[in-house]
Design a protein around this ligand. Sequence first.
Ligand SMILES: *Cc1c(COP(=O)(O)O)cnc(C)c1O
Length: 361
Amino acid sequence: MSVVYNFCAGPAMLPTPVMAKAQQEFINWQNTGCSVMELSHRSKEFMALTAKAEERLRQLMHIPDNYKVLFCHGGGRGQFSAVPLNLLPQGQHADYVVTGSWSEAAAKEAANFGKINVINAIDESEGIKSVKPFNEWQVSSDAAYVHYCPNETVDGIEIFDIPEFDGVPIVADMSSTILSHHIDVTKFGLIYAGAQKNIGPSGLTIVIVREDLLGKARVDTPCIMNYKTAADNDSMYNTPPTYAWYLAGLVFEWLESIGGVSAVEKVNADKAALIYQYVDNSSFYLNNIDSQFRSRMNVPFWLADESLNDAFLEQAEAEGLVALKGHRIVGGMRASIYNAMPFEGVQKLVAFMKKFEEGNR
Ligand SMILES: *Cc1c(COP(=O)(O)O)cnc(C)c1O
């Protein structure tokens, strides 16, 4: 089989060394004679695995001791419900900043549980899509929290700076950007991320929450969504997604082995720059997002002549470049280039884009 580069937005490709290791120990994990997925989550072997995975994540992200790391079910959307259930007491309100389709979906779900103020932070003047500066996000000082999405996976918009609003806890949906570059965890009240973009397979969701925000859940919060219950039970109140947790641990180990977040951050910047530079120097391809806010994880681009879309996708696939079709609500193409995408994959994509342009000018 020739090499395939998978640009899927999620579930996304995993690092090859991780897959090889998982395959090698699939049937007999650490000489237990069992697959890791067959073991009790409370066995000492598995508990050692979870402790090590958490330790690695804490080191990679410099997570301080006053934050809990929870390994949950339910994906990003599960957190769209869990966040207001845990952090929005009845009678109060939360502010939701909307910069694209995921933050919009989060706001919509939260509105089922309480009063939500929606702040539209997209500025779309003169055909360029941009994000309004933080001082124009009208966050109220008495909001229970403010929620935003630092990387809009569908729209290809990424906010690299971290906003600060006097005393209002910041909640961030980092599903598609966690571990892609260094962030200061202390600026957040809560960070969550579905695993299937930058961490591992689907089924696992990471929640990093400051301890003082625990214990405020509404009484009708389902127990498996209650952060305090999860924290008090080491994320094992019910059976956790053990195999996904194991794979996440391998991904953390891999990330450590290649030099950690700062090393992968450089590669990610180079990968994204390669595509954007090519798109900007060509009139055949377009991207209308303000260069300051262009996502390094999800790069959308459009063919000036959209009638060539099908041919582009077909020929790309024939060259082993798969899953480049843009999200249905924005159309065009999207290259998702998470941590696991090697630089060579992006080089090959850009070489293909050039060849396709030359053949269709
Ligand atoms: C993929 C994604 C989600 C949804 O995740 P699910 O695990 O499918 O619920 C939410 N937010 C962002 C930013 C995403 O990229």
